[in-house]
Design a protein around this ligand. Sequence first.
Ligand code: PRP
Ligand code: URA
Length: 242
Amino acid sequence: MSQPTAPSQTVGPEYRPATQLPTATVSTSVSRPNVHILAQTPQLIALLTMIRDKDTNRADFIFYSNRIIRLLVEEGLNHLPVVAKEITTPVGHTYAGVKFEGQICGVSIMRAGESMEQGLRDCCRSVRIGKILIQRDEETSKPKLYYDKLPEDIAERWVLLLDPMLATGGSALMAVDVLISRGVPEDHILFLNLIASPEGAKNFAEQFPKVRVVTAFVDQGLDEKNYIIPGLGDFGDRFYTM
Ligand code: PRP
Ligand code: URA
């Protein structure tokens, strides 16, 4: 199958001469101010290479996905607002620091989004987590909402919405509609995502310009079944059942 042209760049430590660096496919850029793509570091590209490989077994898929999820959560937290906090150290000196403003919660789009819950818990102790069950119809690719269970005070929280795959964008858009219908302000939503299609990312970012998207990689496109290409296949199947 022919693929759209992929951006590529040399990857590796800067102390090595460019002639000794391999060339790899890197993320497509998206010209939307609310879409933030992780730095295309050698580590991230190596981790993505592992999970994209069809020969990677389930245990390795889980391990390397978790590594990327951790990077996403760590970066996502940088997008939450902070306020000044001055503290005194044990040696009697003050330090002008910051603390996060307000409370957060996670919301996973089931099933694949649940894979990102542990990464969030590892960074945010006793974080509350809500669930939205949305499934894409295999024939039409249209999302269907089955169920949601969200913290009662979600309207007062910053929400980290979790789903590793953004293909057409339909599922993520539907999830944001649910959050907004529960009173969550659009600009209090942060969507954490591993791989997006360019059309899905653009569509989502245009419909919800105040939702911040933090993704590890924007791929080249969608195939005729609306799977991301080159992608990694069905994330939920590879993480939970294959
Ligand atoms: C996948 C994925 C997203 C959605 C992306 O879930 O986890 O939720 O598809 O596609 P879209 O952007 O075109 O809506 P799926 O519905 O296959 O269910 P799963 O999580 O159980 O695998
Ligand atoms: N869901 C996935 O898991 N992968 C895709 O490529 C598209 C939707």
